[in-house]
Design a protein around this ligand. Structure first.
Ligand code: ZN
Length: 360
């Protein structure tokens, strides 16, 4: 067009498009018939695609019970503002729009966080499917159905992508990323559950000794993405923070939940063997906690039955969910079991390397 009238210079589409119609007669600028025809044939509602990424959907995103950094990353994705190779290429900031990790495609937001083979490995392990196919619907569906898994996967896929590009000498193996994503999912789930249950005493992130004449059992399990093995550990301490007994090892399973349940069961058995009549067991896995304490689940894992049974023996037992940060000793021990490939070991006191690893 030849010129734009000054009254029209700040107009937005929504100023001249409403209720599915153009209102070109409100313009001061002269439009040729050809240009009018082109504008009238364009439907902004259809071109905008599904109404996701709009104010309502973004409001849903901001209401998710996950940390702000996860929501901000998701927001960048939905706004196509993630600095991928395509994004940077379009702005003349990069000489190529290829994904430098797989070299098979442009690195769009969708490729970077979902379709790249490197990302697919993580989503597959988290059991997150790639449907619906388009970015916005996929985001909305997965973040609503599986918020903790989805935001954890998204976060670590973006982190590993950046690490692989900017830290070429120390790229992360897929197992590490999967482990980080699973750990992050567990943490998000715990925070949510602890807040839901409003248990302020368990929300602090450090270990406290039990009261006098009570032993505290801390249990944990973790997965390092290496085959079908889960490491576990449990440690029993008294009110003076003295270690009474500990147990660590590896079980054959690809379910962290199984490892957590096994650690709880072993922890109780160990405490029973020690002979203390008053124990409190603490762990940081919401699923395991719910399985043990709630009856409304259809299938009951045999390990859950064993745990419930031992909790009813002739002693006083308390069972609590805690933050992961308050469970670092058993977490470190579990990881050492995997590192040292210990199939099963019981100890009367921590050995030196364990002391240094746990900063004791
Ligand atoms: Zn790629």
């Amino acid at each position: 067009m030849d010129y734009v009238h000054i009254s029209d210079s700040n107009l937005r589409i929504q100023d001249i498009w409403s209720v599915g119609k153009w209102h070109l007669d409100t313009l001061y600028s002269p439009l040729s018939q050809n240009l009018k025809g082109n504008i009238l044939s364009y439907n902004p509602d259809k071109q905008a695609g599904p109404k996701l990424g709009g104010a309502r959907e973004l409001a849903l995103l901001w209401r998710q019970l996950v940390p702000e950094k996860h929501k901000f990353l998701a927001w960048l994705c939905l706004k196509e503002a993630l600095p991928t190779a395509s994004f940077r290429f379009r702005r003349g900031m990069s000489s190529s729009d290829r994904c430098s990790r797989c070299l098979s495609s442009q690195e769009s937001v969708l490729h970077c966080i979902r379709d790249c083979p490197k990302a697919q490995l993580v989503w597959h392990r988290l059991d997150i499917s790639c449907h619906p196919l388009d970015l916005k619907n996929w985001f909305l569906y997965q973040s609503k159905e599986y918020p903790f898994k989805f935001f954890s996967g998204l976060w670590w896929i973006w982190r590993v992508r950046n690490n692989d590009i900017f830290n070429l000498h120390e790229t992360w193996p897929p197992e590490k990323v999967i482990c980080l994503a699973l750990t992050s999912e567990k943490e998000l789930r715990n925070i949510f559950e602890l807040q839901r249950m409003s248990l302020p005493s368990t929300l602090n992130g450090f270990w406290n000794p039990p009261s006098i004449c009570t032993f505290k059992i801390n249990c944990d399990a973790s997965y390092f993405g290496s085959g079908d093995s889960i490491d576990f550990a449990c440690v029993i301490r008294d009110c003076n923070e003295s270690w009474q007994r500990e147990c660590l090892g590896i079980i054959e399973s690809n379910s962290i939940l199984q490892g957590e349940l096994f650690a709880i069961w072993r922890g109780y058995l160990l405490a029973w063997d020690v002979g203390q009549g008053d124990v409190i067991c603490k762990m940081d896995c919401v699923e395991a906690f719910n399985l043990v304490t709630q009856d409304d689940f259809g299938f009951i894992d045999p390990l859950v039955l064993k745990i419930r049974d031992i909790m009813h023996w002739n002693w006083r037992v308390d069972f609590r969910l805690i933050m992961r940060d308050a469970n670092t000793v058993s977490d470190t021990m579990a990881k050492m079991a995997m590192k040292l490939q210990l199939s099963h070991m019981e100890l009367l006191s921590p050995w030196r390397s364990l002391r240094s690893a746990c900063a004791l």
